[in-house]
Design a protein around this ligand. Structure first.
Ligand code: AMP
Length: 399
């Protein structure tokens, strides 16, 4: 059997999987690992191999040490990168800028081009580049492929992709809507036509990727025509810790009147806002419990979340004109039935009717949750970004 290694490198963490690119979305990968607290006095590596967990706590100086040490642990259990046949290494890269719309076979020049995009994604791309450099050093004989989070949205119509700000300033500084979570939106939207029994070219659909980060997209005939995240992943829906859409004037106000620095505002809006900033927790299981216990902040946060989600659903229904399907995915979308119920409530006049019993079914694969007579079909489809990256990387490595 041939496998793919998928790497997602953050500033102080590396997530990885070794998986069969032909597996189903719900199948367990052969190996999944998480290296955390890289560069801190105490780091940790947790690796799950065939369902069995192995953990070590030790200082991890940098990404190179984190990856080498993980491979060592995998080798001790017979699943190191030289024990199993790895045909491609897929790297999740957050920002592809205007340059990359498709997955790219990595060479030195591609690494430099991803480096050039760093000003557009200063929080993400540097770590993605680190991961690529280190992995190519350790595994020089395997093709490495970059898969971009922005790729699926690269050909959005200008009316959706451009902002109504000064065109010269926007053009000179790469200010436009890039969109993120593209791998997931593409992976999900490609499965929906088969669930509908329709030709993909004829399908109009809305994908709701509701996880800790959240975004939605409008997809027409397989092409994204709009998405909620913007130049950065801060825009759009209310998220676990991010604010989503706000009046940009708030930033001036916080700077001029509240005396916060730009970095403080950045942290506030990215890490201390959203559900967490309003309720104190960012996990929907805890939020639900707080609401049941009568916590008014949790209730208010939840209502703001649902209101914003419904705003986007409504606007994408109009943008698409006709909608065949609305699909929920990611941690919240797949598991929080109350979110699905409230997001879809009272929309019968728009042809959307949820079946409460179907909505109650456990999360074990793609399923319909609308009634048989619902004109717009509503689905839950589990996402698996690692599998999608593995598939893309393997396909490109074969060429
Ligand atoms: P993701 O970023 O896609 O991994 O989603 C993570 C989020 O999904 C968590 O922060 C929770 O808010 C939510 N989540 C995961 N499992 C459940 C569950 N069983 N019920 C409700 N929400 C869940």
């Amino acid at each position: 059997m041939t496998y793919a290694l998928v790497l997602n490198s953050g500033s102080s963490s590396i997530k990885f999987q070794v998986l069969d690119p032909t597996a189903d979305a719900n199948d367990e990968p052969l190996v999944s690992g998480l290296v955390e607290q890289i560069g801190e006095p105490q780091g940790s590596i947790t690796i799950k191999i065939r369902g069995e967990k192995y953990s070590v706590q030790e200082p991890i100086a940098d990404h190179s040490v984190g990856l080498e040490r993980s491979f060592q642990i995998m080798t001790e259990h017979g699943v190191g990168p030289h024990d199993v046949d790895i045909s491609a290494v897929g790297h999740r890269v957050v920002h592809g800028g205007k340059v990359f719309s498709e997955p790219e076979l990595i060479n030195d020049q591609v690494v430099e081009m991803i480096r050039d995009i760093i000003p557009l994604a200063p929080l993400h791309n540097p770590a993605n580049v680190d991961g690529i450099v280190v992995a190519r050093e350790i595994l020089p004989d395997i093709p490495h492929v970059a898969v971009f989070d922005t790729g699926f949205f690269a050909d959005m119509p200008p009316a959706a992709a451009l902002y109504a700000i000064n065109a010269k300033v926007a053009g000179e500084n790469g200010v436009r809507r890039y969109g993120f979570h593209g791998t997931s939106h593409e992976f999900i939207s490609q499965q929906v036509p088969a669930l509908l029994g329709k030709d993909p070219k004829s399908v109009n659909q809305i994908v709701l990727h509701l996880g800790n980060g959240a975004s939605c997209s409008a997809v027409q005939g397989g092409h994204a025509i709009d998405t909620s995240m913007g130049m950065t992943p801060l825009a759009g829906l209310v998220m676990g810790t991010r604010c989503g859409d706000i009046d940009p004037g708030i930033i001036f106000h916080l700077y001029r009147t509240a005396g916060l620095s730009i970095d403080e505002i950045d942290t506030l809006l990215n890490r201390q806002s959203g559900i967490k900033g309003m309720s104190g927790v960012n996990d929907f299981r805890e939020l639900r419990q707080m609401i049941e216990d009568g916590d008014t902040d949790a209730w208010s946060a939840y209502n703001i979340y649902i209101h914003q989600l419904r705003r986007y659903i409504g606007s994408y229904m109009i943008a698409l004109g006709r909608v065949d399907a609305i699909t929920f995915t990611a941690g919240v979308g797949e598991n929080a039935k109350f979110v699905r119920e409230d997001a879809m409530a009272d929309l019968e006049m728009y042809g959307i009717k949820i079946d409460p019993e179907r909505n109650d079914l456990p999360n074990d694969g793609p399923r319909e949750i609308s009634t048989d007579d619902s004109a717009v079909k509503v689905f839950v489809v589990p996402t698996n970004e690692e599998l999608a990256i593995a598939q893309k990387a393997t396909a490109l490595a074969k060429k």
